[in-house]
Design a protein around this ligand. Structure first.
Ligand code: ARG
Length: 573
C-alpha cells in the first residue's frame, strides 16, 4: 500500500515541480510531516518557505499557487495556508476510517514495503574474541538489532553480520599467555574473563621483555602460517568467546545471519593491497603501504605495516569487496561507538575512490554512562552485561510482584524477564543514539514514563479490553461495524495510528530507533487518555465496536512497534 505521507508528498511535489519548470531545486526537501500542533491540521509542509527563499518569491504566494495546482486525494478534508507559508492538511473522518481499515486488513499494519527487492548488510555487535563485550558492543547490539528488525519489516533483505574481532596481533600474546599463565579452573568458570586476564598479563610482559616479545611474534607468525597447534588454540579462544557471546544474544533475542569474523577475510588482504597499488591509490611511505587521503582532508590510512602485517582498515576493505560480490547490497550499515568515526570515513573514502558502488553508512552512538556500583568493573566502561541483565530481571520481578500480586510465581518470573530485558533495551533505544545519556534504574523501570514497562503495560491493557469484549459479545465481528470517529481524543488517537508506517520509514532511514520509540510512547499516552475518557463495553452498539476496532489497531501498532525494537510484549503484566 501507499502511506499517507507518500500520497501527500507525491501530490505536493508534482505541484511545486509545475511552478519550477518541471524540476525542483536541489537540496530542498519538499514533503509533508505530521503537524506538531493538531489545531493546524494533521500534516504540514514547509517547502514554500525553503523554495521561496531560493526563487526570490514570497513564500505565502508560492504556497497558494502550489495548493491551487495540487490535486489532493479525496480523504483530505481541508488545506490551509498558515503563517509565513505553511501548507496544512487535515484528513476527513472518512479518510481516517479508510486508512484505519487499510491497516486492519494489512498483515503489516500499514508498514510500506519500500525495501522490496533491496538488500542491506548490517554489521553490528561485533565484539572481540578474548575480550568481554564493552558497553559499546552492547549498544551496538541493541541499536543494530532494532535497525535490523525495522528494515526487515520494511521488506528489505537484511544480511545481519556479526563481524567479530577474531584475527590480529593479539593472538600471539594470547597463545603465550595461555601457555604460561592459564588458570584452568578460572577458564571453566568464566572463560572470557580468564582469557582477558592472561592476555593482559602477557601484554605487560611484552612491554618490557624483549625475549617475550620475540616469542609472541613467533607464535603469531606460526598461527598465520596455519600451524596446527596454534590454529587449534585460536579456534578454542574463538569458541569459548562465542559461547559466552551467544548466551548474551540468546537472552537479548538477537540472531545473526552470519558470524564472519575478521579471520574470514585473512586470505584476501594481500590482494586488496595489490589492488590499491595497481589503482595507484596505495604507495610506499617509510616502508609501509599507505593510502593518502588529502583530498578528503583525512589522515593517511596505512593498509600494510612496515613489518608486513595488515590493519583493521585492510580487513574492512576486503570485507566490503566480499560483501559486494556476494550480496550486491545497495547499502552497508555499520553500528559502532563514536570512536570509530575516523576509521569509517577513511575506508569509505577509499571505497569511493575504488568506484565500489554501494551506500556506506556509519551509524555511531555516544557512550552511555552507567550508575556506579555492581556492574562497572575496573575500567568503568567495561560492564558485566550478564550482571546488568540479572539485576534488571531482579528489579523487574519486584515491580511485577507489587503490580500483580495475584499472578503465579512462574508467570511472574517470565513476565519479569521480558520486562527487565525490555527495560534495559528501551532505555537505550528511546534516546537519540548520538546524545550522551545516563542510565538509571528508576527511569528504565518506571511504570509511569517513557519506559518499556509502561509500553508493555499499555499493550497488556489494550489486549484485556479486547478479551473482555470477546467474552461479553462472542461471535460478533467488530469489523462489520463502521468506524465512528468523534472529534477530540478519539480523532487524536486515529490520527496517531495512521502514521505508523510513515514513522517506521522515517526512523529506519534516519537510523534512529528513538523516533519509533517516541511515537509508540505517544500512541500509548493518547490511548491511555482515550481509555479514561470514553466508555468501551458500556457504550451503545456500534460505537462500542468502533472503539474495539481502534483498540485492536492500537494493540497491533504497539506490539509490532515494540517487536521492531526487540522488546517482548507479555499478555499480562
Ligand atoms: N570489533 C570491532 C571493535 O570491537 C568492531 C567492528 C565493527 N565492524 C567493522 N566492520 N569494522 O571495535
Amino acid at each position: 500500500g501507499v502511506t499517507i505521507e507518500q500520497s501527500l508528498n507525491a501530490v505536493i511535489r508534482e505541484a511545486f515541480r509545475g511552478l519550477f519548470d518541471g524540476e525542483l531545486p536541489d537540496g530542498v526537501e519538499v514533503r509533508f510531516l505530521p503537524a506538531g500542533d493538531e489545531r493546524f491540521g494533521d500534516y504540514q509542509c514547509n517547502a514554500a518557505m525553503l523554495l521561496g527563499r531560493r526563487a526570490g518569491r514570497v513564500p505565502r504566494e508560492l504556497a497558494a499557487e502550489a495548493v491551487a495546482r495540487a490535486e489532493f486525494p479525496g480523504w483530505v478534508e481541508r488545506v490551509e495556508i498558515a503563517g509565513p507559508g505553511f501548507i496544512n492538511v487535515r484528513l476527513s473522518a472518512g479518510g481516517l476510517a479508510e486508512h484505519l481499515a487499510g491497516m486492519e486488513s494489512d498483515a503489516r499494519h500499514g508498514i510500506p514495503q519500500v525495501g522490496e527487492g533491496r538488500t542491506v548488510v548490517m554489521d553490528y555487535s561485533s565484539p572481540n574474541v578474548a575480550k568481554p563485550m564493552h558497553i559499546g558492543h552492547i549498544r551496538s547490539t541493541v541499536i543494530g538489532n532494532a535497525l535490523d528488525r525495522m528494515y526487515r519489516s520494511l521488506g528489505y533483505r537484511v544480511i545481519a553480520d556479526n563481524h567479530i574481532g577474531d584475527w590480529g596481533t593479539q593472538f600471539g600474546l594470547l597463545i603465550m599467555g595461555y601457555r604460561h599463565f592459564l588458570d584452568r579452573q578460572a577458564l571453566e568458570r568464566s572463560p572470557v574473563e580468564e582469557l582477558e586476564r592472561i592476555y593482559v598479563k602477557s601484554y605487560e610482559r611484552f612491554r618490557n621483555d624483549e625475549e617475550w616479545k620475540r616469542r609472541a611474534r613467533l607464535e603469531l607468525v606460526k598461527l598465520q602460517r596455519g600451524d596446527e597447534e596454534n590454529m587449534a588454540l585460536w579456534r578454542r579462544f574463538v569458541d569459548l568467546s562465542m559461547t559466552e557471546f551467544e548466551r548474551i544474544y540468546r537472552r537479548l533475542g538477537v540472531e545473526f545471519d552470519l558470524v564472519r569474523g575478521e579471520s574470514y577475510y585473512r586470505g584476501e588482504l594481500e590482494e586488496i593491497v595489490a589492488e590499491l597499488q595497481r589503482r595507484g591509490l596505495a604507495r610506499e611511505s617509510e616502508g609501509a603501504q599507505v593510502v593518502f587521503l588529502d583530498e578528503e582532508k583525512l589522515p593517511p590510512c596505512i593498509v600494510r605495516k612496515r613489518d608486513g602485517g595488515f590493519n583493521y582498515a585492510t580487513t574492512d576493505l576486503a570485507t566490503i569487496r566480499s560483501r559486494l560480490q556476494e550480496f550486491a547490497p545497495e547499502r552497508i550499515v555499520y553500528v559502532t561507538d563514536e570512536r570509530q568515526q575516523l576509521h569509517f570515513r577513511q575506508i569509505f573514502a577509499i571505497a569511493r575512490r575504488l568506484g565500489w558502488d554501494c551506500g556506506l553508512v556509519h551509524v555511531w552512538f555516544g557512550l552511555m554512562r552507567l550508575p556506579e556500583g555492581t556492574f562497572s568493573t575496573r575500567e568503568g566502561n567495561v560492564i558485566k552485561l550478564e550482571l546488568l541483565l540479572d539485576e534488571a530481571e531482579r528489579r523487574a520481578l519486584e515491580v511485577v510482584r507489587s503490580a500483580s500480586p495475584g499472578m503465579d510465581g512462574r508467570q511472574q518470573r517470565e513476565v519479569a524477564r521480558a520486562v527487565g530485558i525490555g527495560a534495559v533495551k528501551y532505555a537505550d533505544l528511546s534516546q537519540n543514539p548520538q546524545s550522551m545519556v545516563t542510565f538509571t534504574w528508576e527511569k528504565a523501570l518506571a511504570l509511569n514514563g517513557n519506559s518499556a514497562p509502561y509500553l508493555q503495560y499499555a499493550c497488556a491493557r489494550v489486549a484485556s479490553v479486547l478479551d473482555k469484549y470477546r467474552e461479553r459479545f462472542p461471535g460478533r465481528e467488530p469489523a462489520d461495524y463502521p468506524f465512528l470517529i468523534a472529534d477530540g481524543v478519539e480523532r487524536r488517537l486515529a490520527a496517531r495510528l495512521v502514521r505508523f508506517g510513515d514513522v517506521v520509514v522515517r526512523a529506519a532511514h534516519a537510523y534512529r530507533p528513538n523516533l519509533l520509540a517516541d511515537y509508540l510512547y505517544d500512541v500509548a499516552q493518547v490511548y491511555s487518555s482515550y481509555y479514561q475518557q470514553v466508555p468501551f463495553l458500556k457504550a451503545e452498539e456500534g460505537l462500542r465496536e468502533s472503539r474495539v476496532r481502534l483498540s485492536a489497531i492500537t494493540a497491533d501498532v504497539l506490539r509490532n512497534g515494540l517487536n521492531m525494537l526487540g522488546i517482548e510484549t507479555p499478555e499480562r503484566i
